[in-house]
Design a protein around this ligand. Structure first.
Ligand code: SAM
Length: 452
């Protein structure tokens, strides 16, 4: 198995007392965005001294800026089914919880997706509990097709990332044919013992089957996968090294690592009080985790959900976060009902337009871009662009085009003017500026969905 428990533990204990020159040489490698070894990441995880932590934030911030600029990709989850036969102790959907479970009908999908389109969302994360009878792969594939079909005044969902349970190669092939963006699955914890303790029954209780999901996805031709750890279940330093080992395994065997990493911190959920967990991650530790992952995996997107509050979300964008959910509901049918939570409690309940406006006002560029996967830029092809430092030239104009489109369709005239001023000012260095400004004009004449 590629997660080696003893190896991770030995790194964590042998990297506790790195000296100044060792730390400085790791920082120097990080500044040049060179790949760090597991031991070097261990040293970063064990740093306690305020002065080193500050320097680490600075380096992570610079990497973030060099690769992503001020762009932040926006998305929302769509909870499609809450049927679940697992018993994850931390989750409100666990089978022991008694509530009326449901899944979206075709009609419900139209209702939910219309609400998301009214908010201006173009990219969603499809969420479902695991239940092969009530929510099988054929239902999932059908639901994905229906979501892509919904049209609200010419607006459509352009990318569906899918967060469903670990499954078979054949089922992953069906997902691939359904035109999904990223296949997302959180390992929750990389520590086998803890994993088995918090997943006592149901198909998810198999550590091995869960851990090898991306191998089967890759075998089925899905080369765009997103990982995650549920912070609070186990020692965060162990989890970060587990995550990096997982990524390294995929790179070695399939030539491509994680497209994204999600970092949910555990929240209270119906039937579970998070205080039963011994490894709750503090705010300071959380910031450190974001910065270290940004340094260790410079080109991997980092996703933060509405589990975090406004203040934290704003601060960690600077240390490496590149994708934010907004206006979210974690309940099946929650968008139409204007009901926000069942799976776990959310902390940022601002409306989507307010999140977008706050980001713009603090100097960020909310992006609704979905171009890469539609242009076939996934897996190795995506890494090729990244390695040739082309990501900025493609992503910056796409972010501006989609933000301007969003402002024309969903914001008042003053904001539209403001967005245009920002775009004209910030696009001065684009090599394809003339063509880009032509596309901005086209948007004003009503043309939509323009990208590179
Ligand atoms: N059913 C899918 C699976 O088996 O992986 C995942 C769907 S679930 C909707 C998405 C994620 O929410 C889980 O993987 C878990 O990490 C997270 N989650 C569950 N309960 C949570 C809680 N109480 N606080 C924070 N995140 C939670």
């Amino acid at each position: 198995m590629f997660i080696k428990d003893e190896y991770i533990k030995s790194i964590l204990s042998s990297t506790k007392s790195a000296d100044e020159s060792e730390i400085e040489s790791i920082f120097e490698k990080a500044r040049k965005m060179e790949r760090l070894s597991m031991e070097e990441i261990g040293v970063l995880l064990n740093l306690e001294d305020e002065k080193y932590i500050k320097e680490m934030y600075k380096i992570a911030g610079k990497i973030k800026d060099d690769i992503y600029g001020k762009r932040v990709v926006m998305f929302a989850p769509l909870y499609v089914s809450d049927y679940c036969i697992n018993s994850c102790v931390y989750c409100g959907y666990k089978c022991q919880n008694n509530f009326d479970r449901s899944k979206l009908s075709d009609e419900d999908i139209v209702g939910e997706v219309t609400e998301l389109l009214k908010m201006g969302h173009k990219r969603i994360a499809f969420e479902a509990g695991e239940d092969d009878k009530n929510c099988d792969i054929d239902y999932i594939v059908h639901a994905i097709k229906k979501i892509y079909e919904v049209d609200y005044n010419g607006e459509k969902i352009r990318r569906i990332n899918v967060n469903i349970a670990s499954t078979t190669v054949d089922n992953f092939k069906k997902l691939k044919l359904a035109d999904i963006g990223t296949y997302i699955l959180f390992q929750e914890t990389y520590n086998r013992e803890k994993y088995e303790e918090v997943h006592p029954s149901g198909p998810k209780s198999s550590y091995e089957y869960h851990l090898t999901a991306f191998d089967r996805a890759m075998e089925a031709g899905i080369d765009d996968v997103g990982a995650g750890i549920l912070l609070g279940l186990y020692n965060y330093k162990y989890e970060v090294l587990g995550l990096i080992e997982h990524n390294n395994h995929l790179e070695e065997d399939y030539g491509v690592g994680f497209h994204t990493v999600s970092l949910p911190r555990i929240k209270d959920a119906v039937g579970t009080d998070k205080s039963i967990f011994k490894d709750i991650v503090t705010d300071e530790e959380f910031k450190k985790i974001v910065a270290i992952i940004r340094i260790a995996l410079p080109f991997t997107g980092i996703i933060i959900s509405t589990r975090e509050d406004i203040e934290m979300r704003e601060e960690i964008i600077d240390y490496g976060v590149s994708q934010l959910s907004a206006g979210s509901s974690t309940e099946v049918g929650g968008y139409k009902k204007h009901n926000k939570e069942t799976q776990f409690k959310i902390s940022d309940s601002r409306e989507m337009k307010d999140v977008v406006l706050d980001l713009i006002n603090t100097g960020y560029i909310p992006s609704f871009c979905t171009a890469c996967y539609r242009m076939g830029r996934t897996g190795e092809e995506f890494m090729d662009i990244v390695n040739h430092k082309n990501i900025k030239n493609i992503c910056t104009p796409n972010a501006f085009l989609t933000l301007y489109e969003y402002s024309l369709d969903h914001m008042d005239i003053d904001t539209q003017i403001k967005v245009k001023e920002i775009i004209v000012r910030e696009s001065k260095d684009l090599s394809n500026r003339e063509d880009f400004l032509g596309k901005i004009k086209e948007l004003e004449t009503g043309v939509r969905d323009l990208y590179y």
